[in-house]
Design a binder for this molecule. Structure first.
Ligand SMILES: Cc1cc2nc3c(=O)[nH]c(=O)nc-3n(C[C@H](O)[C@H](O)[C@H](O)COP(=O)(O)O)c2cc1C
Length: 351
């Protein structure tokens, strides 16, 4: 049954009225809220299952002492200990044993001829750590294990370094030019997007910060025409230009990077920080992009997961359309917030 314009407006007003009433009621108590979201709404279910699946995978990896996430996090903790201004003579004692175990397992997964940079970084940080820290039985045990893996006399290079004075020549104006150049582009040329350019931009995206350097972000890129078209029609916001996209990527986050439910938002924060750098870097290699909303809709999530076969703990954060901007196409002006609305200093609302 199709509603006429007036009936549709009335139905929508009724829905808003009802929703407003129900939400006000459940906001009064967490019990109401729990009852509502357990029995009447599926909104959070998928996220809850994903978070739990991530924690289970994390615990399994912990038991096996095998995961790059665990290694990155622990090496990061050791590095933090090393850069502290008042460094303690003994630190990281509680987790240095497991860190060396993680390192050992991860090294085992790599080809000896081509050790990935993060393994070299881990090795170098551990070399520096054992060279710096004072003696302790637990540390000595870990040190012994570590040095049985050291085949050569390696010199630590990827370790904390003196920052010194800032020497780069990128000016504020240069940066402003770049960020003004980036616009959400929805009119692309029908032209193949070279993977090497995208990879170059991804090398920049990889430099983004992430909580405890865990780096849970992954870029699932689709440029095979059929698959790309399928993916471009998944996000709700591509109506009118989905068929115009010749490369699309899903930015995803891996929840198995975390042990605690409290960290469940980290994948979104880390993913967006990385995506922003990626989009800026695309501009520098002559490509344009449009970030695409990935709404928390059960049916869409299932479609994406089933089609690509990703694990439950890997969640889509956003999609990004990538391509050559058509010079004859328009972009929205999209005025930005005034500085006075964007920020406040020392504002205390309840005084
Ligand atoms: C998380 C996110 C989701 C977005 N989703 C869509 C979308 O689904 N469809 C679309 O056309 N634009 C989408 N955009 C682009 C915004 O509309 C755009 O960033 C905004 O209007 C500002 O314009 P600008 O990017 O050109 O500065 C999205 C942007 C972000 C950051």
């Amino acid at each position: 049954m199709r509603l006429s314009g007036k009936s549709w407006i009335m139905a929508k007003s009724g829905y808003i009225f009802l929703k407003n009433g129900v939400l006000r009621l459940i906001s009064l108590s967490w019990i109401f809220s729990a009852v509502f979201y357990v029995f009447f709404s599926r909104t959070y279910r998928r996220e809850q299952i994903a978070v739990v699946a991530g924690i289970i995978k994390h615990i399994d990896d912990l038991k096996k002492h095998s995961s790059f996430f665990l290694l990155r996090r622990n090496i990061h903790r050791v590095e933090k200990g090393l850069v502290m201004p008042d460094r303690r003579p003994i630190f990281a004692k509680e987790y240095i044993g497991e860190t060396v175990d993680f390192y050992k397992k991860c090294v085992g997964k790599c080809s000896v001829e081509h050790l990935p940079p993060e393994i070299i970084w881990s090795r170098d940080v551990l070399l520096t750590y054992f060279d710096t820290v004072e003696s302790d039985p637990l540390i000595s045990k870990a040190k012994e294990t570590f040095f049985t893996l050291e085949k050569e006399n390696n010199v630590a290079r990827s370790t904390p370094y003196l920052r010194g004075n800032q020497t780069i020549s990128v000016s504020y104006d240069d940066l402003q030019l770049l960020v003004r150049q980036r616009k959400s582009v929805r009119v692309f040329l029908k032209k193949t997007v070279p993977r090497d350019l995208v990879d170059k931009a991804l090398e920049i995206a990889a430099m983004s910060p992430s909580s405890c350097n865990r780096q849970p972000t992954h870029y699932r890129i689709f440029d095979e025409p059929g698959l790309c078209r399928e993916m471009a029609h998944l996000p709700l916001g591509t109506i009118g230009f989905a068929d115009n996209i010749s490369m699309i990527c899903a930015v995803t986050g891996d929840l198995s990077a975390y042990f605690y439910e409290r960290d469940r938002h980290s994948i979104y924060i880390d993913g967006c920080l990385s995506a922003m750098l990626f989009m800026l870097a695309l501009e520098t290699v002559g490509l344009a992009s449009c970030p695409l909303n990935w709404a928390e809709i059960d049916k869409l999530d299932r479609k994406f997961e089933n089609r690509i076969g990703i694990p439950k703990y890997e969640r889509a954060i956003m999609f990004i359309a990538i391509g050559y901007s058509d010079p004859k196409g328009h972009v929205a002006f999209s005025e930005k917030k005034d500085l006075s609305l964007l920020r406040s200093y020392n504002r205390v609302e309840n005084e």
